[in-house]
Design a protein around this ligand. Structure first.
Ligand code: ADP
Length: 162
């Protein structure tokens, strides 16, 4: 029984994240999405809102559960008896930071390894910050985020859909 944790801010979840989740669920017996409650960032969505939106987006995936966490990722992984941390790699620019984080996490807890899934090309350009930037100016995010996420994002920017 292999358990993976897919951690992130997911502010908000995108189709790129969902692609990584789907692919992880094919590899592992259990996938826990860890939504980071990070007090030093000021997110668009409260952590509870992010958890709810992700739960709705993954409701058909039996192996996948969603939880929030704060503090060290390795501690959360230990608490959940996870074997692997999954991260997505979009471009070479992600690599340096991710390499450092995975080595640091392995130093803090040698029992947990990090595995990287490279992004499917159709989502390589997608990020939560791009979604926020597009929505803020009324651009279309329909093909970039799960269906249930579209309205809440526009609402945060007080944009009403016609
Ligand atoms: P963080 O703040 O920890 O970077 P994010 O929510 O931005 O959290 O991302 C969580 C994880 O998902 C990271 O591993 C990131 O590289 C990956 N990710 C983000 N966008 C995409 C995408 N479009 N395709 C695949 N993976 C992605």
């Amino acid at each position: 029984m292999k358990t993976a944790i897919y951690p992130g801010s997911f502010d908000p979840i995108t189709l790129g994240h969902l692609d990584v989740i789907r692919r992880s669920a094919k590899i592992f017996d259990k996938v826990i999405i860890g939504v980071l409650n990070n007090s030093s960032k000021s997110p668009l969505f409260l952590v509870e809102e992010r958890v709810k939106m992700i739960q709705e987006a993954v409701k058909d995936m039996e192996k996948v559960t969603v939880e929030s966490f704060s503090g060290l990722l390795v501690d959360f992984a230990k608490e959940k008896n996870a074997d692997v941390i999954v991260r997505g790699l979009r471009a070479i620019t992600d690599f340096e930071y991710e390499l450092q984080m995975s080595q640091l996490n392995n130093k803090l807890n040698p029992d947990v390894d990090t595995m990287f899934l490279t992004t499917s090309v159709e989502y390589a350009y997608l990020s939560s910050s791009a979604i926020k930037e597009i929505a803020k100016f009324g651009g279309s995010i329909e093909s970039l985020v799960p269906e249930n996420v579209i309205k809440p994002v526009y609402e945060k920017f007080q944009i009403t859909l016609s």
